[in-house]
Design a protein around this ligand. Structure first.
Ligand code: NDP
Length: 447
């Protein structure tokens, strides 16, 4: 069976050349499937594994727009609708110059299993563009978003495909995208997009959900080991939506955030972070962390967060920036710095080699598809509120999020135990996510 599984994987990689991130995500999931197919060979026999690796639909389109100088610009738009066995396609949009079809496919593939783990009726998708919002005026971002949605609206909808934010797509971009969608379809379909502003159909906690959810997952993980976050020294990479919310929530539980980073360098804050100042720099002024001028802090231009680990002494590391940002060298630095927990806020931030090293060193490792599922879970809560024309309080939504993250944690742990690999959360997440989707696909015929 293992041999047949490997043949399937080789064939998937052959059919998708030049997409290393997609290959990495597929290989990582396949690495967990051997015990499942040994026990349930029908998944292989029915071809469900091949089918899961093939997107249902891949859309690539031209996005023309005009900059402030009147020059015509062209970007490429993507939406990969990967799997709808469990519900309408659901997954964010990323605007970043490095976005390619392979990036979107890796993110869409991860999203299938992540959405399945939430226990909610959500299929998996992802989209985006190689557009770089950095340095662009609001008017330019608006014109780009309007052009993107002029094409994308054909494929999205409350019962079809529901996008949200990701890197480079925050509330501003969601507003422009939703505004254009509403104009084109000529009806107020609030469930067609999530991450909306509070006064136009959004949910409390959605903005914070991925970072808060990550912290709830880690809290549950530590609880199971008789520990808590009080006094823990936490290093967070990135300083975007996920990183800021994670830093804020972990600090509110008594931890000390000893550092953060952005794409220009890393900030050491040995006495704890002033998150209000970070929000001001990154969310209001849209600038770098260089301007963080709180006494006792030090910004190291060009450094990664992990390079500061040894001097800062780190118990918990939360990579919340981007894929493959934490490599083998970084993993070694964290182990030397005394780190005992690494939980992924970003999608696939740890390289396979880093994960292997962390495991060998006995570090508890929480994979992104489980630990960062709070964002999409709260998107589903936003859709529930939209459908019932209701809006829930912060406390109620936050406590639903915490329950969902506890459930995801427990599902991963129990699955890892059932398959003889207690505490291997990556294996537990992959198997629990896979079996839910695969069973639905089998029930639906050859789809
Ligand atoms: P943002 O655009 O809000 O923030 C990204 C942050 O990462 C920024 O601070 C950015 O720096 C930094 N960054 C990007 N590339 C690098 C790099 N190579 N080295 C160091 N720092 C870098 O994105 P999000 O917070 O929304 O997303 C972060 C991650 O979380 C992504 O992997 C995303 O897929 C994942 N995720 C997001 C969810 C969400 O709800 N938003 C849900 C689930 C997962 P700078 O500020 O300089 O640009």
């Amino acid at each position: 069976m293992e041999h047949r599984l490997d043949e399937v994987r080789t064939e998937v990689l052959r059919r998708n050349p030049g997409e290393p991130e997609f290959h990495q995500a597929v290989t990582e999931v396949f690495a967990s499937l051997a015990p499942v197919v040994a026990e349930h060979p029908h998944y292989l026999e029915a071809g469900v594994i091949e089918r899961i690796c093939e997107p249902e639909r891949q859309i690539i389109f031209r996005v023309p727009w005009t900059d402030d100088a009147g020059r015509v610009r062209i970007n490429r738009g993507f939406r990969v609708q990967f799997n709808s066995a469990l519900g309408p396609y659901k997954g964010g949009l990323r605007f970043h110059p490095a976005v390619s079809l392979g990036t979107v496919k890796f993110l869409g593939f991860e999203q299938i299993f992540k959405n399945a783990l939430t226990g909610m009726p959500l299929g998996g998708a992802k989209g985006g563009s190689d557009f770089d919002p950095k340095g662009r005026s609001d008017a330019e971002v608006m014109r780009f978003c309007q052009s993107f949605m002029t094409e994308a609206h054909r494929y999205i909808g409350e019962h079809t495909d529901v996008p949200a934010g990701d890197i480079g797509v925050g509330r501003r971009e969601i507003g422009y995208l939703f505004g254009q969608y509403t104009r084109i379809v000529d009806r107020h379909e609030s469930g067609a997009i999530t991450g909306k502003g509070l006064s136009w159909g959004g949910s409390l906690v959605r903005n914070e959900a991925t970072g808060y959810g990550l912290v709830y997952f880690v809290r549950r993980m530590l609880e199971r080991h008789g520990r808590d976050l009080d006094g823990a020294r936490v290093l967070v990479s990135g300083s975007g939506n996920v990183a800021i919310a994670a830093a804020e929530r972990v600090a509110s539980l008594g931890a000390i955030v000893v550092g953060m980073s952005d794409s220009t360098g890393a900030l050491a804050t040995p006495d704890g972070i002033d998150i209000t100042r970070v929000r001001e720099l990154k969310e209001e002024r849209r600038t770098t962390l260089t301007g963080y001028d709180v006494p006792g802090a030090r910004f190291v231009s060009g450094a990664t967060a992990w390079e500061l680990a040894r001097e800062l002494r780190v118990d918990v590391a939360l990579p919340c920036a981007t894929q493959n940002e934490l490599d083998a060298d970084a993993a070694r630095l964290l182990v030397t710095a005394g780190t005992t927990v690494v939980a992924e806020g970003a999608n696939m931030p740890c390289t396979p080699e880093a994960v292997r090293l962390l495991r060998e060193a006995g570090v508890l490792f929480a994979p992104g598809k489980a630990a960062n599922a709070g964002g999409v879970a709260t998107s589903a809560l936003e859709m529930q509120q939209n459908a019932s024309r209701d809006s829930w309080s912060f406390e109620h939504t936050d406590s639903r999020l915490a329950e969902i993250m506890d459930d995801i944690h427990d599902r991963c742990l129990e699955t890892s135990i059932a398959y003889g690999a207690a505490g291997d959360y990556a294996l537990g997440a992959n198997i629990a996510g896979f079996t839910r989707v695969a069973d639905a696909m089998l029930a639906l015929g050859v789809i």
